[in-house]
Design a protein around this ligand. Structure first.
Ligand code: 13P
Length: 248
């Protein structure tokens, strides 16, 4: 039985003035011990965020594939660990889109996260044009094939299905479409890592809110949610944590 994981991705939001939100979310996480909760913060808030998060792990949203070197503006796994991160997101569609990252980059970054003892949330998901062309399933399979790090196991790896067109738009796939992609993702994991696939959580992400969380989290093979906008305040995020607790 996979425990539900609700992960917040603050993206390029959050200043020190927002730390009380981190603390309030951590308090809610402690009140729902049956659910795993984490917040992936901007780099600049990780250390302070970890300081107010109590037992709730905090993480980052990207890292460099190398541990050190001449890479101006980049952040390495050891730096994240020193700042207090325990998790890192790789392959997010905004990195694939804005920074032109590929599945191979996501693969190398996932390996860097693992090498440094970080939990890794590996993202995949199709664009609207790919869905309209009937290619969503094939795209997700191919992204997993190219980016799944060696030795993937649920102890440190989580997959997140985030259709790009559902991110920040208020649009979500139907529950049937979510179930179909998650089943395909599970099958691809099984093909690649065998029985270890059963331990790997697959999150859904894209316009998850307190209003739709219960239905999405109740869908087969949905082991949690990766939440952007609705993770920025306790008021919006706590109902999603509570829904995950109920979905158990
Ligand atoms: P929204 O929840 O704002 O749609 O963002 C989803 C996301 O990209 C999380 O990584």
């Amino acid at each position: 039985m996979r425990r539900k994981l609700v992960a917040g991705n603050w993206k390029m939001h959050g200043l020190k003035a927002d730390l009380p939100q981190v603390a309030a979310i951590a308090e809610a996480a402690a009140a729902h011990p049956g659910v795993d909760v984490t917040l992936c913060l901007p780099f600049t808030l990780i250390e302070a965020g970890a300081g107010v998060a109590g037992a709730m792990p905090v993480g980052a949203q990207d890292l460099h594939e190398n541990d050190r070197g001449a890479h101006t503006g980049c952040i390495s796994g050891p730096m994240l660990v020193e700042a207090g991160a325990s998790v890192v997101i790789v392959g997010h569609s905004e990195r694939r889109g804005d920074q032109h990252e590929t599945s191979h980059d996501a693969w190398a970054k996932a390996a860097a996260g693992r090498r440094n003892g970080l939990g890794v949330i590996l993202c995949c998901g199709e664009t609207e044009a790919e869905r309209d062309a009937g290619r969503a399933e094939r795209i997700v399979q191919s992204q997993i094939e190219k980016s799944l790090p060696d030795g993937a196991s649920g102890e440190w790896l989580t997959l997140a299905y985030e259709p790009r067109w559902a991110i920040g738009t208020g649009k979500t796939p139907t529950l049937e479409d979510i179930a179909a992609i998650h089943a395909i993702a599970r099958a691809k994991l099984r093909q690649m890592v065998g029985d270890a696939a059963d331990g790997i959580r697959i999150l859904y992400g894209g316009s998850v809110t307190g209003a739709n969380a219960a239905a999405i989290l109740g869908t087969e093979n949905v082991d949690g949610a990766l939440v952007g906008g609705a993770s920025l305040t306790a008021e919006k995020f706590v109902p999603i944590i509570a829904a995950a607790a109920r979905a158990g």
